[in-house]
Design a protein around this ligand. Sequence first.
Ligand code: 0A1
Ligand code: ZN
Length: 884
Amino acid sequence: MDIVARPSEPTENPKMADAAPAPHAPQVIRREDYQAPAWLVPDIALEFALGLELTHVTARLSVRRNAEGNGGATLRLNGDQITPLAVRVDGAAVNDWRLDGPDLLLPLTGDAHEVEIETQVNPAANSQLMGLYASHGMLCTQCEAEGFRRITFFPDRPDVLSTYRVRMSGDKATFPVLLSNGNCEAQGEGADGTHWAEWHDPWPKPCYLFALVAGDLVANHDTFTTMSGRKVDLNIWVRKGDEARTSHAMDSLKASMKWDEEAFGREYDLDLFNIVAVSDFNMGAMENKGLNVFNTRYVLADPETATDADYDAIEGVIGHEYFHNWSGNRVTCRDWFQLSLKEGFTVLRDQLFSADMGSPAVKRIEDVRVLRSAQYPEDSGPLAHPIRPDSYQEISNFYTATVYNKGAEVIRMMRTMAGPERFRAGTDLYFDRHDGEAATCEDFVNAIEEGAGLDLAQFRLWYAQAGTPQVSASAGHAGDSVTLKLTQTVPATPGQPAKQPMPIPLKLALFDRETGQHNGEELIILDKAEQTFTFKGYLRPPVLSINRGFSAPVAIDFERPVEDLVFLAANDDDPFARYEAMQSLIVRHLIAGVGGSLGERQRQADRAAIAQAFEAVLADESLDDLMRGELMILPAEGYLAEQFLVADPTAIHAEREALKAWLGRELKDRLTQLHDRVSAVPYSRDAAARGARKLKMQALIYLAAGAPEDAKRRAIAQYRQADNMTDRQGAVMVLAGLDGPERREALADFHDRYSGNALVLDKWFSLQAGSLHPDVLDHVRALAEHSDFTMSNPNRVRALYMALAMNAQAFHAASGEGYRMIGDLIRKLDPINPQTAARFVPSLGRWRRIEPRRAALMRAELERIAAEPSLSRDVLEQVTKSLD
Ligand code: 0A1
Ligand code: ZN
């Protein structure tokens, strides 16, 4: 970017015009270009004069030349849409600074100085929700990844760690509560109805973990005593009227704190832990040190307004943000290429936590389902990247399922290879060695290698290579030996045409088909392109159960008779493998159906096998209802589409719906009995009652497809009797997909009943945009004009349009109208909130994997977006990569 000479009068600086990125000339940031910071900032004091439309910021930075950096005498401070109102060095005003695009460059003569800069921002006008912004009369911040530079000029990079002292003042009536990181050390009254507070965080942190909140909030207060006996004050801050819906979040927080002590030996390190819920938020939540900021959807819950899935998500996200206190905050990232260091590890930690709080088997299946439906498509599309990317244009685009969920799987594999105890020795070493540092993924692998005693030389490829490995298996039997031949290939991805074989840990068991038993689970490591493993002592050809527990994030291709899958679906003692056998049985049937290679005889035989497996699941007394419900879920359309080089989403949808309808008819009596049985279970939050509700939903889904009139009656009754949101939402979901006045009535009642509750209204939008009704596109068009719809709230935008983008039938309508609606949304949202707009691009970006007629329409839509004159860096990166 051009170096812009400093104008004569700093306050008249025309920086905003200079800062606009040159269109279509994005800067690429590369991992290999990393350089240590030239200057460090050991301490910063921030002073905020708060106002919704004008907040004045004074930042006092103590800066010190970094002995390890090789920068010159100039201090570079990042900025973004801010102007320096005054710059002082060591107490004296200076005017020899200049702007380089959005950054401020300040020549310094010595090795240590105090730099003071004044800026001001308009939080109410901040629709991007990055930096300091207003939401429902409160002020809050979001600084990860690069939002701090929208508040003040600073070296906005995670390897510059500072201790923060924050003083804020503002109108007491508007902002009765004033919060920042760390501990509140002083507060008092000012003139004219103002008050102030001073916060100090003793732990050095990068600026992305800074937070400030000011508003009219109330707290649910509790305490937690840590393992060393320290009492910690806990507060969950919400808007007045919401406090009654915070108890599940508080329980989850206390459970997280205890679990991290027990499972990872990590104790909380401040006397105060604050959580604030805001309704305008781009992501799920943010782990700011001692002051987590949450999207309200991951805080507020009561049975009347939150589903069981909502409760689980709250527990998971509260855990996730809390666990970041060590994996992210105490040990942070050196640069943003290392994002998976904190995110992959923290996702693994939250997955293990949720597994321990509930059913490990069900949790594992859910996590794999997310990986397959969100991450596999990423890995096989134009935006594929390794869990540690090599380059980016806009870092916000790299908060992906690959960095988060595949990142967690990669670390889980290390744990599988080491075993839990040795893995724990590795993480202990990692935390000890890097506490207070900004570390790299390489540091993490080194610590696990050393602490757990593993050789991870070749394993490091998992950090560098994108793409889901494809493993082909074939088994032979002779004498008493079983030979298992495995081959692996890692598909080419953008910028990575050729790949090397990676170590793939596969848990397996060989079942005797007569006794239904196996001789113990084994762990093999496939680390070559082709390898044969021999197992002795099998007089009969056994049934192979492979990738048990989903020990590796790979796709397995194993041709085998249907009987083997039916056997495993009924007998496998690994719950994940049992689920997998059911899924494979269904997937291969649907693929053959879509591909046109399914003769009528085969169709009947497959259906009989699938129905038999369902019957077995329904009858099996050893299963709990949560697991039973899980086993009944059909493979997602997105995952089915992944099985084809070029997919026809409409054909996949039709085939899947046809199987659902057939099962609904075939098992009608069993399903109605089931629905009756579970409908009699009273509401509670225990596993049995949650299992009952899950089955209630599954039974209704199949009946709606196979016996719609019967399902409609049941759904109406379920809606009327519902004393909780899981049942009520389930009933509306079924009714929203069917025709008739009942649909309108249920939706109208649902809307009016919850008209004051934004999170439930989000459900109302999603249920309609995600429904099976043939007129979804008309519904979405009308909903976009509804008085409750707004483009300024990311939850509402996602509720309507993400549901549409994921509704294959509507999104892939032959007319291309679904694509057009998402394209229009992206263009309209980009100037308001580029980060959220960019998240819709991947749905269109999958055009290469869709049949040619639709692919052309999708591509045309991307081109229409690309032709916009001033796209954000966020959308531009995603669109250009999707068109390449
Ligand atoms: N670190 C957070 C995710 C997050 C990232 C960027 C944000 O900016 C809008 C917000 C949150 C996490 O992993 O939970
Ligand atoms: Zn995270």
